[in-house]
Design a protein around this ligand. Structure first.
Ligand code: PHE
Length: 452
């Protein structure tokens, strides 16, 4: 069995946790949500959701993980709450299922990066009338083929498996320490790029001007959903990572730093995206999810000098964001196997990655050969996305905050937040109050709204 792993430094701990939080959620979900929610009015609601709910629930997961000192299910068991371990298992199952499609998207990103690097992505664009149609067709064709997306999916699987095999300090922490600073440098470079575009000011106005006419109860609920997904809540990631925190790590400042950096990345993405789409009149359809990343942005790059260079850097940024999230989610399952079955890390990785190859293969093929196979009108890929993000993640987060708020051993939460009285309790009682009352009610509202 693995001896107790720990992050070696505070920086490493933050880099790894931010690495998990910053992912495709910031890059392609956020701009689309901003647009539907009326620009800055969505941003304001989103910030409120992160501060009022995201941070307290994150603290609940941190406290649980560090006090329990084990995987998402085992932490409950170690705290004498065997009956609650189901919560951890929901999170572990959800994280495994999320991997199935997240890895496939990671593979697409890698393919786009390689094709940008070799110049192929822009090779035959000269004289094309509608760039949008060109890149749209390319994307549709690419994901509908079977072999190439699968090959890239397997490459991503292999890279993540290697990182995981190297363990917490030498794998996850070292990767995050290298990649996260790189991600921030790339973000800054792209911000500078975007701010020099012809209609940069207009783009920023579009992003930062609130339009409250677009705000309704559904805006609040989607901001909440976005906050949960973006902060990696309800997936067991934060419980697992917190079990690697040192006993003297300060949970409250860590939660604030991680959440603010995650938010910063989303805002920087807005500053990158909106000037670009406004300058090229691509608002509306063009900012939704995968369209933004794989169609609209290549279109923007194609009309710039050195498209291949910009495009390579952008897909590298996306790949880094995806990889650090994938690794964090995979670690949830690996750690669960190490602790529950008392197996070695290499064996746990084998047990996680073997079925994952099958799941990811199904997800990838569900865009091609298997696209006719649907459940409730959704192909396997979309089904996993919906079931995990809308139902499992929220249920696990709900149960975690109810456990911490009502059933955990007395003083556990406050003790963890104050490092057993060594730190001032700054706000700890407020965070507990939120976990008791406000978080459960709001999460139930999100779950109900998903059924409507
Ligand atoms: N937070 C990641 C993102 O924003 C996604 C993620 C969800 C990662 C759940 C881990 C766990 O894309």
């Amino acid at each position: 069995m693995e001896k107790k792993a720990q992050f070696s430094s505070q920086i490493g701990l933050i880099a790894a946790t931010v690495g998990s939080a910053v992912g495709l959620g910031n890059i392609w979900r956020f701009p689309a949500e901003v647009q539907t929610g009326g620009g800055a009015s969505f941003l304001l609601i989103y910030i409120a959701c992160v501060l009022l709910l995201g941070i307290p629930v994150m603290l609940a997961e941190f406290a649980l993980g560090r006090a329990g000192g084990s995987d998402a299910a085992g932490s409950f068991i170690n705290l004498g709450a065997r009956r609650w371990q189901g919560t951890g298992w929901i999170a572990i199952a959800a994280s495994f299922l999320i991997l199935g499609f997240y890895i496939v998207v990671g593979g697409w990103t890698l393919e786009y990066m390689v094709q940008s690097l070799t110049g192929n992505l822009y090779a035959d664009t000269a004289g094309i009338e509608s760039m949008h149609t060109h890149f749209d067709l390319r994307m549709q064709e690419y994901i509908a083929t079977d072999t190439l997306p699968l090959i890239y999916t397997y490459i991503v699987l292999a890279i993540s498996a290697i990182v995981l095999l190297c363990g917490v300090q030498k794998g996850i922490e070292r990767m995050s320490n290298i990649l996260m600073p790189m991600l921030f440098v790339l973000l800054i470079v792209f911000c500078c790029f975007s701010l020099t575009l012809p209609k940069a000011a207009e783009g920023l106005t579009y992003f930062f001007r609130p339009d409250f006419s677009k705000v309704g109860p559904s805006t609040v609920l989607s901001a909440l959903g976005q906050a949960f997904f973006s902060l990696s809540l309800g997936m067991g990631v934060l419980i697992t990572y917190a079990s690697y925190f040192k006993p003297d790590a300060k949970l409250v400042p860590t939660a604030f730093t991680v959440s603010l950096l995650d938010m910063l990345v989303s805002v920087l993405m807005g500053i990158i995206i909106f000037p670009a789409v406004v300058s090229f009149s691509l608002q509306g359809e063009g900012t939704a999810g995968s369209t933004l990343v794989f169609i609209t942005l290549p279109e923007v790059f194609a009309s710039m000098p050195a498209p291949s260079l910009w495009s390579t850097l952008f897909f590298l940024l996306l790949f880094i964001a995806a990889l650090t999230s994938i690794v964090s989610v995979a670690e949830v399952s690996a750690r669960a196997l190490i602790d529950r079955l008392k197996v070695s890390r290499p064996r746990a990785c084998l047990y996680v990655f073997m079925p994952l190859v099958a799941l990811a293969t199904l997800c990838s093929l569900s865009m091609g050969t298997l696209s006719g196979f649907t459940i409730a009108g959704l192909n396997i890929f979309d089904l996993l996305d919906t079931v995990t993000a809308q139902y499992m993640l929220t249920t696990a987060a709900l149960l975690t905050s109810i456990y911490i708020g009502w059933f955990a051993p007395r003083g556990l939460f406050i003790g963890q937040l104050t490092n057993h009285g060594r730190l001032r309790p700054s706000g700890a009682h407020i965070f507990l109050f939120i976990n008791r009352w406000i978080a459960p009610l709001l999460i139930i509202a999100v779950i109900i709204s998903n059924f409507l």
